[in-house]
Design a protein around this ligand. Structure first.
Ligand code: ATP
Length: 242
């Protein structure tokens, strides 16, 4: 695909961003074509979550622009971006532990969908949630909570899904299951940006990967091609840190 002819769902142009005057991301250029699955990889503290916060409009860049579907949206309220189809699942799942599975899903009916319809859609993708519909979300396993978080996102029909370390604290088989579902969603044309520390968790679904090292894009390419380079880049950055 040529980047000049591809419609980009979401882009960062020359973005620098950080916290309290400390710059974490330095001059990031990134474009994600519509329907692509991009993996943002990198070691602890590289700035991956910060990058997602900028993409979701939660953190305003100090320099550069956030562009959504060709329109500059820098500084737009996150709720405006959400109405344009941007949906972030933050690290730590974001489900309401004291509500049941069904009640968590019913909160997503604000865009006109009925309770029955949101349940149907969620339980089709994750039948296990259907079996647990009356159970409190806080009593679900980590993997099931992540399924619920994903379901809550999916029933809002996102155009762009931003996922922060879906795999955190979960067994490899559960992670593989979750990413299989993410792959199915991506196959319907949803643009997906996934943050993960390790490439093996996403190599089955990501079209392309970037490696963030020290807040800069150190590698950018098809996931299979950057994997070997990634290992040496991690090594180098760990050596620098130790
Ligand atoms: P991890 O995999 O550990 O979550 P990451 O690559 O996602 O790492 P970030 O969470 O983006 O990295 O953090 C990048 C840097 O920004 C770190 O030095 C971190 O301490 C700092 N940082 C992150 N969030 C904040 C915040 N809210 N306020 C101040 N500094 C922050």
């Amino acid at each position: 695909m040529s980047s000049t002819t591809t419609f980009c769902a979401i882009e960062l142009r020359g973005v620098s961003a950080g916290y309290d005057g400390i710059e974490v991301l330095h001059n990031i250029d990134l474009s994600v074509p519509a329907g692509q699955v991009l993996a943002v990889l990198g070691p602890n503290g590289a700035g991956k979550s910060t990058l997602l916060s900028v993409l979701a409009g939660l953190l305003k860049p100090n320099a550069g622009d956030l562009v959504l579907g060709g329109r500059t949206m820098t500084g737009a309220d996150p709720s405006v971006l959400a109405r344009k189809g941007l949906c972030l699942i933050p690290e730590g799942r974001g489900v309401f532990p004291n509500l049941t599975v069904s009640e968590n899903l019913w909160l997503c009916t604000n865009r006109g969908s009925t309770k029955v319809r949101v349940e149907e859609r969620a339980f089709r993708v994750f039948p296990r949630l259907g079996e647990r519909r009356t159970q409190l979300a806080g009593s679900l396993s980590g993997g099931e909570q992540q399924m619920l978080a994903l379901s809550r996102a999916l029933v809002t029909d996102p155009a762009i899904l931003l996922l922060d370390e879906l795999s955190m604290g979960l067994a490899p088989m559960v992670v593989a299951d979750l990413y299989r579902s993410v792959g199915e969603v991506a196959a319907t044309g949803v643009t997906v940006v996934v943050v993960e520390q390790f490439v093996r968790t996403v190599e089955g679904i990501a079209d392309r990967g970037i490696a963030l090292i020290g807040g800069r894009v150190a590698l950018d390419g098809p996931i299979a091609e950057i994997t070997p380079e990634l290992h040496s880049a991690y090594f180098a950055s760990h050596k620098e840190q130790s």
